[in-house]
Design a protein. Structure first.
Length: 197
């Protein structure tokens, strides 16, 4: 079958995609983000009381509830799993990843937006070591809940030792939390749990 498909002229399963860099300040913005990952700010190494948080949200995660609990394996019995489920709506999952301590803070919200993002910020910034840090740099993309100077000002007004650093436009792949989103089962398109727990 593979040989037949390889010889066919039409190959609809093959595709190539790309995106052109359109941010005129791409190099400057990307360098700032990459320097933070290398524990540097304006050419000066970060101190022990300075942290780098990579944050974003994953939208439209379908919350599903299995109709019957999964039965674990037993003696001479394999795991039994029923695939029937009830839909529980969609949620947004927001995550903040400490780029140097490899720690993730997460929360679910019915929707994304400024309030949901600031709730995530509050969750992180009120805990130690961030609450008493000299500086906490928040790397974010240009999503609507944390876009532009207004979002940066809002963050600093609430937490004066927090700094918002934006990735270049169309370069959210520079945001390390995207690696967490792509590899963690919690952020798969369907978030499933048993009715019993």
């Amino acid at each position: 079958m593979r040989r037949i498909l390889a010889e066919d002229t039409l190959k609809p399963w093959q595709h190539r995609s790309w995106i052109f860099i359109r941010d005129p300040a791409f190099a400057v913005k990307a360098a700032r983000v990459l320097e933070l990952y290398a524990r540097t700010w304006d050419g000066v190494p970060l101190g022990d009381d300075e942290y780098v948080i990579s944050a974003d949200e994953k939208t439209s995660i379908q919350a599903r509830c299995r109709c019957h609990p999964t039965l674990p394996p037993g003696r001479s019995r394999m795991t039994r799993l029923n695939h029937d489920y009830d839909r529980g709506g969609a949620l947004a999952y927001l995550a903040a990843y400490d780029a140097h301590r490899a720690h993730v803070f997460g929360r679910c919200s019915p929707k994304t937006g400024i309030v949901s993002f600031m709730d995530l910020v509050e969750q992180v910034m009120t805990q130690q070591p961030y609450a008493s840090a000299k500086r906490v740099s928040w790397i974010v993309d240009n999503g609507s809940s944390h876009r532009g100077k207004a979002a940066a000002d809002r963050l600093t007004a609430r937490f004066p030792h927090a700094v918002m650093v934006h990735t270049p436009v169309h370069a959210s792949w520079l945001n390390q939390v995207e690696i967490f989103f792509s590899s963690h089962p919690m952020t798969s398109p369907a978030l499933t749990r048993s009715k019993t727990g």
